[in-house]
Every structure is written in C-alpha cells, then in structure tokens.
Design a protein. Sequence first.
Length: 189
Amino acid sequence: MIGDVTVNVVGIGGSLRADSQSERALRIALDGAAQAGAKTTLVSGADLVLPFYDPAVPERSPEAQRLVDELRAADGVVLVSPGYHGTVSGLVKNALDYVEDMREDEPPYLDGRAVGCVAAARGWQAAVTTLTSLRSIVHALRGWPTPLGAAINSAEVVFGADGECTDVKVTATLRTIGLQVVEFATTRV
C-alpha cells in the first residue's frame, strides 16, 4: 500500500527447474517492489506450464486463466527469462503470448504498465540478447520497459540456496528494477 493505493506487481519467469537462477533473480526483483510497498504475486516454474497459446481456441486452462487474470489486475510487471540459445525461453514466451487475450481490454495488452526486464544466461551474449528480446516483446505489448534492466551472466553470478546473490551490485540492480516498476505504477493508479 502506497498512500491510499495498493500497487499490484506480478512477476513472471523462471524455468521448470525448481528454484532456478532466474526464479531467484525474479524473487529479488519482487522483493524490491514489496519493499516499495507493493503487493506482489509470483508466477513461475510449474505455474507457467501452459498449453501452447492458440488464439483460435477460446477455452483456457485454469492456470492460463489465472495468469491472464493476474496480469489484468497488475499495475506493473517484472519479467525474468533464462536465456536459451540467445533468446527468451519458450516457457516465458508462451506465457507472454497469453497477453493476447487482453487485446480487447481497456487499456489493451500491457498498455500503461511499467515492466521490469531481466535475463539470466550462462554468458554475456545470451544474457544481453535475451534482455533485448524481452524489451522488444514489452514494446510490442504496449508496456513501458523500466529504464533499468538487467543482463545477468550466471557463469559469474550465482544465486545461493538461500536466495541471496553473490554480487551485491546485481542484488541492488534487481531491487531497483522492482522499485522502478512501483514508482511508475504509483503515477498511473
């Protein structure tokens, strides 16, 4: 709660590996949003095992409907994808394809929402190109990427079992991304 306003931030990302590096990064970014007073919701891992998005099939699984409902209620979003072969994972991309169900909403898609973007990959090239892909997807969905994004090279930075990161600068960057999502959302709600 910020003043009289509750800001809702939804975090989407991670991989099928429970408590993956990208999911741990997402949790830190959402922690930054929570520290700024937001209500946060995590949609990660098994929550993202959805049928392939098909616009010709109007029926949605309960998991897909939950994802769309959470995004509709969101004032801001944090996206974290592992870098698979230099781009967004299929798991995260398929989840983002469901935003198409919001095309008739007012506002449509992610219009007017700040979206923090983070990519984690084993190497700089994949991390940077994945971050660029996420930002491009956000633009296509009419969202507003936060000024700060993060490309994390998991060959150099490790997120421990306790969720902490071995690099305090990366931790600060992730928390700042969550904060920027909330700061922008408070000007819009």
